[in-house]
Design a protein around this ligand. Structure first.
Ligand code: AMP
Length: 283
């Protein structure tokens, strides 16, 4: 039988649990999540277990990264199932603060990441987003004090932002990226996929298919602009409202004009109905 993780909801219980886990210099990994866990989160937990002696998972739906018109109120919450999965995975600690614990009255500090956070991708459509992510991740790192933290490539720009920030602020946490986990038909797993109607769910596979097709064309030597514009058309025709389909340098996120410009990542964000989906692949 696997042991249930310690569940900490206050800073004092977190600090007690942290002291316990860190005994005999055990390495500690943190996997930050907003809950509604799926196989993508679980793959990060498994990755973390291979690299560290102890694994902590945070579950916190962070109001600071949602704009007023976004889905904070309806974001899926599946606490019981989440704890069952984390117990099965042998997770040691779940950090589940409430909003008041994370942002007490009078809270007045916000991290303003630049560089990859201003690449003109997610930041262009969710201007409040990376400030909220950077602030909460900094707090999670200083609260839990992990040796390493695992983030999914699913949120590719976020992974770059957090990696840069951990270095810039000497947070002492090694940021490690995990591959995107997909449904059988290619749709990237996301807690938000539950919002999709059956029709939208079928259409949603267009994103991954278009990324793959665009990548194939670029590798065959097609012009980048033309391939992206054809891809954008295919996504729009399928019924999405496209935010962006872009080819960027995989490290700097700078725009590229040819595959020779470096390791290239193709990134997409688009809305179907009221659900906004993102995805990316290596070109
Ligand atoms: P979220 O709960 O959506 O904030 O995601 C928590 C972490 O899981 C983030 O680092 C995400 O990038 C990662 N993640 C979300 N979906 C996937 C996926 N399909 N594959 C791999 N990692 C993922």
């Amino acid at each position: 039988m696997t042991r249930s993780p310690i569940i900490a909801r206050t800073l004092s219980s977190l600090h007690r649990a942290r002291a316990e886990l860190g005994k005999r210099n055990a390495t500690i990994a943190l996997v930050p999540t907003m809950g509604a866990l799926h196989d993508g989160h679980v793959s990060l937990v498994r990755f973390a277990k291979r690299r560290a002696k102890k694994v902590a998972v945070s579950i916190f739906v962070n109001p600071a990264q949602f704009a007023a018109h976004e889905d904070l109120g309806s974001y899926p919450r599946t606490w019981k199932e989440d704890i069952a999965r984390l117990t099965d995975e042998g997770v040691d600690l779940v950090w589940n603060p409430d909003v008041k614990t994370m942002y007490p009255d009078g809270f007045a500090t916000r991290i303003a990441p630049e560089g990859p956070a201003l690449a003109g991708l997610e930041d262009k459509f969710r201007p409040h987003f990376f400030g909220g992510v950077a602030t909460v991740v900094t707090k999670l790192f200083t609260q839990v004090r992990p040796d390493m933290a695992f983030f999914g490539e699913k949120d590719f720009q976020q992974l770059k932002v957090v990696t840069r920030m951990a270095r810039d602020l000497d947070l002492g946490v090694k940021v490690i990226g995990g591959a995107i986990i997909r449904e059988r038909d290619g749709l990237a797993m996301s807690s938000r996929n539950v919002y999709l109607s059956p029709d939208e769910r079928r259409t949603a596979t267009v994103l991954f298919r278009t990324l793959k097709e665009t990548s194939k064309r670029l590798r065959a030597g097609d012009d980048v602009k033309t391939a992206l514009s054809d891809g954008a058309d295919a996504i729009s025709k399928a019924g999405f409202v496209l935010d962006y389909l872009e080819a960027r340098h995989a490290e700097t996120l700078a725009p590229i004009s040819s595959l020779n410009d470096g390791p290239v990542r193709l990134l997409v964000a688009a809305k179907i109905g009221t659900t906004r989906l993102i995805d990316n692949i290596k070109a």
